[in-house]
Design a binder for this molecule. Structure first.
Ligand SMILES: Nc1ncnc2c1ncn2[C@@H]1O[C@H](COP(=O)(O)OP(=O)(O)O)[C@@H](O)[C@H]1O
Ligand SMILES: [Mg+2]
Length: 211
């Protein structure tokens, strides 16, 4: 089972993945937890470049190809081998982030991006994608507080520093893209407490497991 989490910064992707992993472990599974960018050795280097405040000069196409390189390596070295061994993989962001951020966010053609993704994903599309949906002002407030508390404001703060209008466009892009892929996407209201949000997440995962 391959489950991905999507949504703007501060929606609670990392929080929900931790809760889901604990829940799966209590059921005897040992999930593989990963993230993009950064799920492979090469990806770790790409993540540093992509998320740093020093990378604000990066061009749209350059950003796109760095994300795709990260994904291709991530799938080939970690995701596909784990799925082939029958493991459950949980990824914090995946291919949909590219369509939404580079497409709806930066104006590249979503259909073209989907074709590029097909090359990078090489058949390992998620079984389930949880879209955590929240008002960007609430999400950014959460993310900013997290980054300041953790001292990662400069090393990981490039997207949080985008203006609010960009994040509204991303949120709308996610909802539009999810509506185009209703078989795989489940939209979850991320405005409640972590436990309330997890109640909905758990329901969707349980439905997939029982499928
Ligand atoms: N449902 C929630 N309500 C309030 N705060 C939350 C909730 N979920 C997560 N948080 C907090 O908000 C911040 C961002 O959450 P995080 O899981 O890191 O989001 P993401 O990974 O989507 O950027 C963290 O400090 C986290 O503890
Ligand atoms: Mg996170």
């Amino acid at each position: 089972m391959f489950v991905t989490f999507e949504g703007i910064e501060g929606t609670g992707k990392s929080t929900q993945i931790t809760l889901l992993a604990d829940w799966l472990r209590a059921r005897g599974q040992e999930p593989v937890i990963t993230r993009e960018p950064g799920g492979s050795r090469l990806g770790g280097e790409l993540r540093r470049i992509l998320l740093s405040m020093e990378s604000t000069d990066i061009t749209g196409p350059a950003e796109l190809f760095l994300y795709l390189a990260d994904r291709a390596q991530h799938v080939a070295t970690l995701i596909k081998p784990a799925l082939d061994q029958g493991k459950t993989v949980l990824s914090d962001r995946f291919a949909d982030s590219t369509v939404v951020y580079q497409g709806y966010g930066r104006g590249l053609d979503p259909k073209l991006l989907h074709a590029f993704n097909d090359v990078a994903v090489a058949g390992s599309w998620p079984d389930l994608t949880i879209l955590l949906d929240i008002d960007p002002e609430v999400g950014l407030r959460r993310a900013l507080a997290r980054n300041l508390a953790g001292g990662t404001h400069r090393s990981e703060g490039r997207f949080e520093a985008e203006h609010l209008e960009f994040h509204h466009r991303i949120r709308e892009g996610y909802l539009a893209w999810a509506a185009l892929h209703p078989g795989r996407f489940r939209v979850v209201d991320a405005g409640g407490s972590p436990d309330e949000v997890f109640g909905a997440v758990r329901g969707h995962v349980a439905a997939l497991l029982e499928g």
